[in-house]
Write a protein that binds this ligand. Sequence first.
Ligand code: 5GP
Ligand code: ZN
Length: 115
Amino acid sequence: MEDCIFCKIIKKEIPSKIVYEDEEIIAFRDIKPVTPVHVLVIPKKHIESLLDLKEEDEKLIGKIYTVINKIARQEGIAEKGFRVIVNCGEDGGQEVKHLHYHLLGGRKLGIKICG
Ligand code: 5GP
Ligand code: ZN
């Protein structure tokens, strides 16, 4: 957890461009955007991956989607559409071991994105 780059972003030890924050969730711009809008939405609780989710996290994960809804509107991509991606594990291309949701939009996306 101490080495987790996203936990450091949460603690503001590493700067990031925050677009949303509340007591449980934070969202910030990806450092290497692959689309005009590329936001990472993460729980403040350190959960390594989708596989580490527990029943007690169900409410939090539901809330992440309503936050994504808000950010998509805020970023002006709600009307034209967007994509939400969660990478899990090595084959899934997960580089940062802190559960995160990629919110991608601002251009027409092909089938292949993020890999
Ligand atoms: P993954 O491949 O794990 O699904 O996605 C990790 C994402 O985090 C990548 O898109 C990468 O560009 C982004 N990322 C990695 N380090 C940082 C950082 O220090 N700041 C920000 N804003 N994004 C980061
Ligand atoms: Zn973390």
